[in-house]
Design a protein around this ligand. Structure first.
Ligand SMILES: Nc1ncnc2c1ncn2[C@@H]1O[C@H](COP(=O)(O)OP(=O)(O)O)[C@@H](O)[C@H]1O
Ligand SMILES: [Mg+2]
Length: 357
């Protein structure tokens, strides 16, 4: 669109017009795309691009633009995956805005979904005058799981859970406790409770899942007892954290309204690595046509094995609609700034031999 028409000057070299792949937007050059994303301030926007296409750079530029416009950094929420990712992003934003205005009073909030959820739970507890919630550590969880499993491992004791006979020798092992914790965590991320877990197991012909579902019910009950008897504060299983924050907002419309009001702009990096629980929380605080820009890789979810849902990117436009109910706008980035040409050729050669998208 910005290429001058060849007829403007007959003596200039001829320009070749190249049709770009169809997107929801007219084709834009990299710098125009950058500006377009930076200037986006109303409603949801999805930016899709492979690694090195400048997504995180665009996010940083957009946040810097909001701050330059005078938006209170504390009203900007930036969510990303993993503690290391959040730290790296915080550094990039800090470096970028320090260049703009020297030292600033407040930093924008860069959080993982877990840290954001925990902060919500803590704030709610403080407002109610309750003690601050705490997190169960992995070893604490394993200890509870192994204590519960040990009851069953006693050959004299009746097995209330009804583990399949073939699994009984594995019950006292550390590896089994860890696998069980992993299964319960995956279930929690998907908002799957004991009833649905049992039903899924039956449907998929897995006789260990209905047993795991009965175990899950017992585990949750034991956790609830511990909360009351140990420190007087609620101890959350980290896998439950995001669902707990969602539940809190759903039960407390005033808290939800205050949070939605507080958040003027929400940015999400690494959208492909979010799980359904995180998407639900995002919809609560930033759905309904709020200014929300999400950046995602089209088909590379490195955390898929941990419960991330690769469909999060493709489902975004329908899940996060504009205030009038239209699909969120989506743009696709095609220029890779990080990898050299030879690396790109090699990766696409490898990718051709792989199944899936
Ligand atoms: N428009 C651009 N022009 C030149 N280099 C860019 C541009 N956008 C990003 N880069 C560089 O490309 C690299 C990858 O960018 P990044 O934003 O981390 O990509 P992504 O988040 O999509 O993986 C970085 O070194 C960045 O500085
Ligand atoms: Mg990135």
């Amino acid at each position: 669109m910005s290429t001058p028409a060849p007829s403007a000057s007959a003596r200039r070299p001829a320009y070749r017009l190249v049709r770009r792949p169809a997107t929801a937007l007219p084709a834009l050059r990299a710098d125009e795309l950058q500006r377009y994303v930076s200037e986006h301030v109303d409603g949801p926007l999805l930016v899709v691009g492979g690694p090195g296409t400048g997504k995180t750079t665009m996010l940083v530029e957009a946040v810097a633009a909001r701050i330059a416009e005078g938006v209170d950094p504390e009203r900007i929420l930036i969510l990303t995956f993993g503690r290391r990712g959040a730290m790296a992003l915080r550094d990039r934003i800090e470096a970028r805005i320090a260049g703009d205005r020297g030292r600033i009073m407040h930093e924008p909030l860069v959080r993982t979904f877990h840290a954001y959820s925990y902060a919500l739970l803590r704030r709610a507890a403080a407002e109610r005058g309750e003690p601050s919630p705490r997190l169960l550590t992995g070893p604490e969880q394993d200890l509870i799981i192994r204590e519960l499993l040990a009851v069953v491992a006693d050959p004299e004791a009746p097995d209330a859970i009804g583990w399949p006979e073939g699994l009984r020798p594995a019950l006292p092992t550390r590896a089994f406790a860890q696998q069980l914790r992993d299964l319960m965590q995956r279930a929690a991320e998907r908002g799957i409770g004991p009833v649905e877990l049992a039903r899924l197991g039956e449907r998929l012909g897995r006789d260990d899942w209905p047993a795991a579902a009965r175990f899950l019910r017992e585990y949750v009950a034991v956790l609830a007892l511990r909360d009351v008897t140990t420190r007087g504060s609620t101890a959350y299983d980290p896998a439950e954290l995001v669902r707990a924050a969602s539940g809190l907002l759903a039960d407390d419309p005033e808290l939800l309204a205050a949070e939605r009001h507080r958040l003027a702009y929400v940015y999400v990096d690494e959208l492909a690595d979010t799980d359904p629980a995180q998407i639900d929380l995002l919809a609560q605080v930033a759905g309904g046509g709020k200014p929300l820009v999400a950046f995602g890789d089209p088909d590379a979810s490195i955390y898929g094995f941990r419960g991330a849902d690769p469909g999060a990117v493709s489902a975004f436009p329908a899940k996060f609609r504009t205030a009038s109910g239209a699909l969120a706008e989506a743009i696709t980035l095609h220029t890779n700034y990080r990898a050299g040409a030879s690396l790109l050729t090699a990766t696409s050669r490898v990718a051709r031999h792989m199944r899936g998208p």
